[in-house]
Design a protein. Sequence first.
Length: 268
Amino acid sequence: MAYHKYHAQNMEFLACCEEIARAVEDIVEDLVSKPEGSEVVRTGAGGTPTRWIDQAAEDCIVDYISSHSLCRTLVSEECGKKDMGGEKGTIFLDPVDGTHNALAGIPFYALSIAYAEEGVVQQGFVRDLAHLETFTAVRGMGAYLDGGPIRVSRTTLLEESAMSVYGRKFNPAPVLFLGQKIRRWRLLGASALELCYVASGRLDGFIDLRATLRVTDAAAGMLVCEEAGGKVSDLDGRRIRFPDEVTVGKCLVASNGTLHGKVIEYLR
């Protein structure tokens, strides 16, 4: 009985995420590649410029979360940490992950929503806003793409791998060394989706050494990746923990698990 109640709660939250995604799709559709979408309206809580496309999407989502009492606390890319008045839980939100892509007309940007209780992410939802694919995960229940189960790749050799790799601007050596080992190097510009691409086997790894990745960027995609059999860690191979705020960035390594140790080795 307890399992069915837990399952029902998860499905209810993901259904709410689906409603949010449809609303955001309508908003973003009119702003992608448009000058008005790129207008800077303020500085976001994370210290980066907030474009109108980000603000419009976030305003819509905040209204929905508030009216449905989905969480006690919201941590979002633009507004930062906000009390939402719900009974429990924290939602980590990136209204448009990959804003530059969206404004440039590059079809690789997403909505990312993660729900956590007591510091542990329990549910993740990532909607590819360009192709309308939906990646979801519930802790302990696997990862899914449009309702079908997904798994990480079976690639065992770096020489046969495809990875998305972001290096340090002032210390490129580790990435250049790793880049000589992997077969295909990708930079796609939306970390939530890139983590989901690792989960679905489209990429073998996602590595970000810039120390700018925030909990709102990564929380949902990390769960999707892990539930699909992947591994996510810091640069030393330890479990990565983000603070509940958007002013702190971290480095991250995600892979299909099989390649993880070798990636960490080459980055040291």
